[in-house]
Each structure stands twice: as C-alpha cells, then as structure tokens.
Design a protein around this ligand. Sequence first.
Ligand code: TYD
Ligand code: MG
Length: 414
Amino acid sequence: MEEAPLSAGPSKKSLGNVRGKQVPLSDLSTKDDPPARTVSGVAELDRVLGGGLVEASAILVGGDPGIGKSTLLLQAAARFARGGMDVIYVTGEEAAEQIRLRAARLGLENSPVRLAAETNLRDILTTLDAEQPKLVVIDSIQTMWADNVDSAPGSVSQVRAASHELISFAKRRGTSVILVGHVTKEGQLAGPRVVEHMVDTVLYFEGERGHQFRILRAVKNRYGPSDEIGVFEMTGRGLAEVTNPSALFLADRDRPAPGSVVFAGIEGTRPMLTEIQALVAPSPHSQARRTVVGLDSQRLATILAVLESRCGIPFAGLDVYLNVAGGMRVSEPAADLAVAAALLSAREDTALPSDTVVFGEISLSGALRPVTQAENRLKEASKLGFASAIGPEQKKQARVPGMTLRTMTDLVSF
Ligand code: TYD
Ligand code: MG
C-alpha cells in the first residue's frame, strides 16, 4: 500500500479537491423528502420519536434496570405489529417463555410480534437477513455477543461491535432497530455511552421507584425535537398513556401549603404544570444542607445566591430541601421564579394562593427574563382551574381569558 507522508506541506489542492462528489446544498434540500414514518398509535411514544418511527432508524432506549424498558418495548412492538408492521423482538435477558407470560399479563398474547431468545449476534443477523422485519427490538444490547470480538458480553468492545453490526444492518436493509441499554447506578450506560453517538435517536426511560409514573425523554433525535417527553403510568396491566400529565402531577395537592408552588412549564412541545416543593429549616449541622430532587442543584445554588445578595434574604444556617413532586424532573430555566417563590414561601412559612402558577427565569442581577410560550403556559393553567399567574414582563404580553397575570421585572419586587 502506498502511503502519503503526513507532512506533505500545505497544498493548494488539499481543500475543495476531495474525492467525494460534491452536490450543491440547494439540490439536496429540494430532493430530500421527509423520512417515512410509522405511528404506533401510542401518542406518548410517537411524539417522543418526533411523530412516529422513522424507517431504517436506530434508536437507543436507556434506563435503570427494573424501570420498565422491556414492558414499554414489548407494548410498543405489539402496537406496531398490530398496525401491520413486521416486528421481531429479540431478548437476551429472559427466556421466550417469560416474555410470553409477560405478554399474557399485558393482554398481548395474541399479538403478531415474533419472539427470539438469542444472544449470538451472528445468529441474530442471519435470522434478520432471512426474515427482513421492518422493526427489530434488541433487549438488551449488553447481552449481545459477537463471536469475533474477544471480550465478555456487556464490555465496551462487545457493545460497540454489536451495535455497529445491528445499525449497519438496519441502514442497509431499511429495518428500524431499537436497542435497549441498561444504565448503571452512576448514570452511565453500561458498556458506556459509545452507542449514543452511533444511533439516530436516544431516549431515556426514567422515573422514581415508588412513583407510579414513568417518563420517556428524548435526549437526542436526528428526526425530531430532542427535549420531548412522553408520560406513562405503571399499572398491573402494563404502561398506560398519560394524556394530561399536569393533572397527574398535581393530583396530590390538597390545600395551599407553605413551600409549595405550581410551576407552569413547557416540556418539549407541551405545556406542563408541576409542583415545586421547598422546605427550609434551621440547620443542626455546621454546614447547612442543600438537598435537591428533580432540579439542578447548581441552579438552586444560583437562586439562593441571588436571593441573598440581591434581595438581602439570608439562607446561611438554614437547611434547604427542594423537590419536584411526583418524581418529575424540571430543567427549564423558566422554573427559577417558581423555585425562588417556593424557597421564600417555605422560609416565611406563608402559602401562596392555591389558584396561582409561577414562571420566569432569574438572571444573576435579580432581573426577571421573559420566557418562551407564555401564552401556552397560561392556557394550560387556566384549563386546570388556576386563575392567576406570576411571571416576567414579556415583549408581547400574553392574555388568556379568566387568568390574571401579575408581571414582575425584578426579584426584589416579589
Ligand atoms: P421491566 O419492564 O422488566 O423493566 P426493565 O426491562 O427496565 O428492567 O419491568 C420491571 C418490573 O415491573 C417487572 O416485574 C414488571 C413490572 N411492571 C409492571 O408491573 N407494570 C408496568 O407498567 C411496568 C412498566 C412494569
Ligand atoms: Mg428488561
């Protein structure tokens, strides 16, 4: 083989004379049709996928062991199959009989999904080659074993090799492939994140043990928005769609309580109300505690710093506990004001009126920043029986009949 020296020096030909054929961008954009999609009929799943399953796409579904991935995918596979799609579900985790029992429990025993209990990648690829399904589910990628790779199943090189083979097959044959991946306690996809950049779409299935609902979250999606979530409720007969998550997340609220504030948020394309809860108590420790569940702890630190230095409200010597009710996770900066309101309400031991929602981003100066989709937030709040809102001033102030909006420009005026 002839090798070109690396240090050939700058060449006039080095750019613009590459071997690949060049196509004007304008040609591409007119010829590129939107990808072919199939909807499962499970709206919470279809939306997270970006409007249905894209043909020949590769999807990773990650999540903690026991969170419900196999249940979710067996149900999804059954829905796609019922719609006429040819689906093979490959399990390396459980025996076929176990899957059959699970299917029976889910009421899917008559589903046309084909099952294979197999871990040898070569055998799986041979089967797929012969059967040419339109969708294959691999549960899980950590159990797959490529006999040409000299390491144990679940190791990085095995996971990488198996994923690569399956994804190449998918692209070549127009089959969509869903890879299930277990996440370890440290939050890493075991057989690590190597798969994430190989696939088109990465979804995480999450939720708190002890809570009955589960959230399917798109963290990467080549074919749709990457911040979309789908909400499901666990039942004895499998996962049920939650079409009105706000109502679910607020279900346990009874009377106005100090430290409790309803945040009018947006998750993906959908408005969603969640309850932010704070508890502030004198600290018995030499270093006061900051405990956060469902929100970014850095964000809490920032908001506390703004409250202390811009508004003169000290939190030193006080333990702070912050929580999003029901196991939901909120990452929107628009939650800042609701967090601040919950902290102040808890600290002063006074409740906000129970018919009020809060939203707004806080800047380091203490000023309130406008948020996106203010009108949708207000509409959702109104739909759920709220009558007033506290939020930032918007360039174009949103108005929703039946909702009173109190605007603020600065946290100091709260
Ligand atoms: P499973 O789907 O096996 O989780 P994973 O594949 O992520 O490890 O679900 C774990 C257990 O929870 C299993 O025993 C079934 C039960 N389960 C229900 O009873 N109802 C449900 O809606 C779900 C999702 C799970
Ligand atoms: Mg499983």
